[in-house]
Design a protein around this ligand. Structure first.
Ligand SMILES: [Zn+2]
Length: 423
């Protein structure tokens, strides 16, 4: 008894844990042998019984379990003797007389025996505790006589048995908390844990994430545009008056230049060539043919509001400095683009006013791209925590996130170049 109370004191600080509600039977045969069962893969023996589901009657449960686990029918004489709280389960303890040949049919049971209580046997902690508990109860007006005294049983020191018949009131099983199946076979456990991981909401997460990226990218892009336009200087936003050219002027200029763009050196048809002011009107350039030239549309876009001299200086590595002379060789737009990118990063160009229209966009877009990749990886990781299905669903999120990021990057390149050169 002292060892019991010591044990109780020592375990006072145990953390809470989930308890299962079990219907447990002490079945005694006419020789007062106790019915014990051995669960699959276990060395020690236990009292027969089973977990009680919510809304299930524990007495019906125990009758069914005993029959399935041992083949013994205890239907008629069943006595509820109390409740025992172990560390893993709270047992609703029943007693019943029983006899007969043991034929375990339950798949969780590997063996069943009648135990005389004398033969040394390795039993689970609850067996000794429950037998002691029954021994301490005075059974009156009952046909069932309990005699399991003088049980020199090997006490399981590692066991967690704990008497609680005094502190735990005997309640109706219906009032018990929800009960789970702790001793389900490994097969059942795997199945039930898989159904908890629903791939559906992983798919929803991935979809929501993908659309968030798309919308956020679009908003960021619009915001950058607005910011850049607001910061544009007066010259950039001042509308240019449309000029009506006199008839034959374009043909004149084309003939003068041999239908060749003065910057890239490509020959073009009339429709692909624009009349361009070498010095823009907003900078005081005139409409006199001496200030006019024809250039191809991509070059025109690239030149934008720059003067002829500014453009040639900017692209001095490609275009000769002298106006109105064709370059020695033809220059592709790809080369121009590359030069735009290179010069926008040089110190000299950065000092010029136009470069600040590129840099913020590039910075912001790069930031968006990096943030997008980081968030994508985080989301993918989060989804992977949901299991294999989640990881599978993370792949579309990664693909969409990557595609949007790439699109943003490419658009930044194009828009950046266009913005810089537009008038
Ligand atoms: Zn050109």
């Amino acid at each position: 008894m002292r060892s019991e109370s010591n044990r109780r004191r020592g375990r006072r600080r145990r953390t809470r844990r989930t308890l299962y509600l079990r219907a447990t039977a002490v079945v005694l045969n006419p020789d007062s042998d106790v019915l014990l069962v051995q669960y699959n893969g276990q060395d020690d023996w236990a009292l027969p019984g089973g977990n009680i589901e919510e809304g299930e009657d524990s007495d019906e449960r125990v009758v069914t379990e005993v029959e399935e686990e041992t083949g013994v029918n205890i239907g008629d004489l069943l006595l509820h003797v109390g409740r025992y709280a172990g560390t893993m389960a709270v047992h609703e303890v029943y007693m019943a007389p029983g006899s007969g040949e043991l034929r375990p049919t339950h798949r969780a049971i590997q063996d069943a025996i009648w135990w005389d209580g004398v033969q040394p046997l390795q039993v689970q902690p609850h067996v000794n505790a429950i037998l002691e508990m029954i021994d301490s109860i005075e059974v009156q007006d009952s046909d069932v006589h309990v005699d399991v005294q003088d049980t020199n049983l090997p006490i399981e020191e590692t066991g967690d048995s704990l008497w609680q018949t005094e502190s735990v009131p005997i309640l109706e099983p219906q009032a018990a908390p929800p009960v789970y199946e702790p001793q389900a076979s490994p097969e059942e456990q795997t199945l039930s844990s898989n159904t908890d991981r629903s791939p559906t909401w992983a798919l929803i997460l991935a979809t929501v994430w993908a659309w968030t990226v798309v919308v956020a990218s679009w908003l960021a892009d619009r915001l950058i545009d607005v910011m850049l336009i607001t910061r544009s200087n007066e010259r950039r936003i001042r509308p240019t008056k449309r000029v009506t050219w006199r008839k034959g002027l374009k043909q004149e200029l084309m003939k003068r230049q041999d239908k060749t763009c003065v910057y890239c050196g490509y020959r073009r048809i009339a429709r692909s060539l624009d009349i361009d002011h070498m010095i823009p009107v907003v900078d005081g350039g005139s409409n006199d043919p001496s200030n006019l030239q024809v250039i191809c549309r991509p070059c025109n876009q690239r030149k934008g509001s720059q003067t002829d001299a500014e453009f040639r200086e900017r692209y001095s590595r490609l275009v000769p400095a002298t106006p109105l002379t064709s370059p020695n060789r033809r220059i592709s737009q790809a080369e121009f683009r590359e030069e735009t990118r290179r010069t926008s990063q040089s110190t000299r160009v950065r000092e010029r006013r136009r470069t600040r229209y590129i840099s913020p966009r590039e910075k912001i877009v790069s930031g968006c791209l990096i943030a997008g990749v980081v968030v994508t990886v985080l989301v993918a990781y989060g989804l992977s925590l949901l299991g294999a299905e989640g990881l599978l669903m993370a792949i579309p999120a990664l693909v969409v996130g990557g595609a949007v990021g790439l699109g943003l990057w490419l658009r930044a390149d194009v828009t950046g170049a266009t913005l810089e050169d537009e008038g």
